[in-house]
Design a protein around this ligand. Structure first.
Ligand code: 13P
Length: 249
């Protein structure tokens, strides 16, 4: 019912030349994918990625977007600028932004609204830190992050939004959440969406990915869980062979 969606998040990796090599390798490897395929790339790689993926099943995303239309925000990029380049998706509220760059639940909400207003599809990240998990705060944290992210967002936008549950302690650590841990927390997020938008919408429309050391070895088990609709892939998305294996799980 909910179509799986596998997205790569390249983070701060790949020059234009490296982008050309990786995307060219990837295109034939994922051409028969049953899942939606997205690559979220650095700003400098967007034009090349869009050019190369034209007419393929690979969709291109950015890794952040500012909420203002334009103005004195040195170093920022607006939704308009991304749309002009042919970007379709945008990662919002990644834990690395929350951790290192002052991202808050409020700015996540503002970015999400700006993205939607310009027809971009947000991939909204939520997830607890190790400290929060060990303090039994996982539920409280993901519920708060979800509720705040979706403030004033209309139900008819939900088909264009993806949620990514990324436990911070599983990112880049090689430590994956067990499929049960991932499924349980994603269920909490879906229940939260059901409270906000109704059971039917949460069940049929809302797609929720897992992210955190997802790779060819664990993708099958994770994707077999009933609540997990896809993956947001960091490290393994930087190698065509690995990312294609995840996409074609
Ligand atoms: P890794 O797959 O490298 O753990 O990164 C996950 C992630 O943060 C994707 O956004």
């Amino acid at each position: 019912m909910r179509k799986p969606i596998i997205a790569g998040n390249w983070k701060m990796n790949n020059t234009i030349a490296e982008t050309e090599k990786l995307v060219t390798e990837l295109i034939p490897m994922v051409a028969d994918a049953k899942a939606d395929v997205v690559i979220c790339v650095p700003y400098t790689s967007i034009a090349k990625a869009v050019e190369l993926t034209k007419g393929t099943n690979i969709h291109v995303g950015a890794e952040n977007v500012h909420w203002a239309e334009k103005g004195a925000f040195t170093g920022e990029i607006s939704a308009n600028m991304l749309v002009e380049l042919g970007v379709e998706y945008v990662v919002i509220g990644h834990s690395e932004r929350r951790q290192y760059f002052g991202e808050t639940d409020q700015t996540v909400n503002m970015r999400t609204k700006a993205a939607l207003a310009h027809g971009l599809k947000p991939i909204i990240c939520v997830g607890e830190t190790l400290e929060e998990r060990e303090g039994n705060l996982t539920e409280e944290v993901v519920v708060r992050q979800t509720v705040e992210a979706f403030k004033d967002i209309d139900a008819n936008e939900l088909a264009n939004i993806v949620i990514a549950y990324e436990p911070v302690w599983a990112i880049g650590t090689g430590k994956t959440a067990t499929s049960e841990q991932a499924n349980d927390t994603i269920k909490i997020i879906r229940d939260t969406m059901a409270k906000l938008y109704g059971d039917k919408t949460a069940e049929e429309v809302v797609r929720i990915q897992y992210g955190g050391s997802m790779n060819p070895a664990n993708v099958k088990e994770l994707m077999a869980m009933p609540e997990i609709d896809g993956g947001l892939i960091g490290g393994a998305s930087l190698v065509a062979e690995k990312f294609s294996q995840v996409v074609n799980y």
